[in-house]
Ligand binder design. Structure first.
Ligand SMILES: Cc1cc2nc3c(=O)[nH]c(=O)nc-3n(C[C@H](O)[C@H](O)[C@H](O)COP(=O)(O)OP(=O)(O)OC[C@H]3O[C@@H](n4cnc5c(N)ncnc54)[C@H](O)[C@@H]3O)c2cc1C
Length: 309
């Protein structure tokens, strides 16, 4: 018997009312053109299949999902990259960031949030172990270049930690870089903080390598989760100044301002629109970088030093 999923059923009803041409106009067009190729190595130009091997709820609206590609994969870029995942009920794709890249067996781990009216996030959360998911990629979000920066400060909110987690696994934790990294992450409540699978390796590395990597966690309000320490409050100007070692007591400046820093500093910011706006100013048109605004502009940083992911 042919079983029609509820959302697909709704689409078919629409189809009968408005006609195929009209429905086609309603559907976002991103994923119509890329074909699906069975058992192929991954490519941005075609979709290929992965199997959901494991998933686990990690909070009120987030889940960890492990996908295994059908075919062994040869490589992944050294940069921050993502995969487009296709919701094949409605033929819409969205990018998601493998937290640890992809291993030789084609395994990828994702941390995905579902929004009350969000299409693909809710669809991914509904998938069961053993079900197939189509993906294409890798697509570079931002190219990391070793030994370009003295200091990199990563600021994230919610699942916006994913690209920094990936950079941690591909570059930071290898320890070869002369760069000092700081990750400042905020979630609304402690139970919405990233799960131990994400935070554990970051916390351990930060403890063992305080001169190379620092981690600071913030929550707007604390609740019952006590396996992790987070400061209650928002990421603001003084958080960032402190991370840069610029929080000199006022009495030290009594003889005039200290000399400007000469270190090459880069800020990477990723998360909900409000966090991006407050810290780095809004995106420009069509998600271009726009001007630097917010706290980073107040601290004198320019577009050469700020990337909104
Ligand atoms: C390069 C890149 C990598 C990404 N990696 C990840 C990842 O690893 N994990 C992850 O969970 N997401 C990630 N995202 C976001 C993801 O691609 C989707 O945008 C997100 O899952 C929402 O898609 P949706 O289809 O569920 O919701 P949609 O159908 O697109 O949105 C429905 C409604 O949900 C609300 N909504 C959607 N997104 C947001 C938001 N960010 N903040 C507040 N409200 C929102 C809006 O009100 C919107 O009207 C990434 C995005 C990019 C650009």
């Amino acid at each position: 018997m042919l079983r029609v999923r509820p959302r697909l059923a709704a689409q078919l009803t629409l189809l009968s009312v408005f006609g195929a041409g009209t429905l086609y106009l309603f559907l976002p067009d991103e994923s119509r053109s890329a074909p699906t190729v069975e058992n192929a190595t991954m490519s941005p130009r075609h979709f290929t299949r992965a199997t959901l091997s494991w998933s686990q709820p990690t909070g009120p609206n987030t889940k960890l999902l492990s996908l295994v590609a059908a075919q062994q994969q040869k490589h992944a870029p050294a940069s921050i990259w993502s995969m487009f995942v296709k919701d094949d009920d409605i033929q819409v794709e969205r990018p998601y960031t493998p937290l640890q890249g992809i291993d030789q067996d084609g395994r990828m781990l994702f941390w995905v949030k579902k929004y009350p009216k969000g299409e693909v996030g809710r669809w991914l959360h509904s998938k069961k172990t053993g079900e197939h998911i189509e993906f294409r990629g890798p697509l570079t979000t931002w190219a990391w270049k070793e030994d370009t920066w003295d200091e990199v400060v990563m600021i994230s909110g919610g699942t916006g930690i994913a690209p920094f987690c990936q950079l941690f696994h591909s570059a930071i934790s290898r320890g070869s870089s002369g760069t000092r990294f700081t990750l400042i992450h905020a979630s609304s409540t402690s139970s919405e903080l990233p799960p131990p699978e994400i935070l554990g390796p970051l916390e351990n590395y930060a403890k063992e390598n305080p001169d190379k990597f620092r981690l600071r966690l913030f929550v707007s309000k604390g609740d019952n989760r006590n396996d992790v320490y987070a400061e209650v409050g928002r990421i603001n100007k003084s958080t960032i100044k402190r991370s840069l070692g610029w929080d000199t007591p006022w009495w030290r400046n009594i003889w005039g301002p200290s000399s400007p820093p000469t270190r090459k500093i880069l800020f990477l910011v990723c998360g909900p629109e409000r966090l991006i706006n407050d810290i780095a100013g809004p995106y420009g048109r069509n998600y271009s970088q726009g001007e630097v605004g917010g706290v980073l502009a107040e601290l004198g940083f320019t577009s050469k030093e700020v990337v909104k992911l």
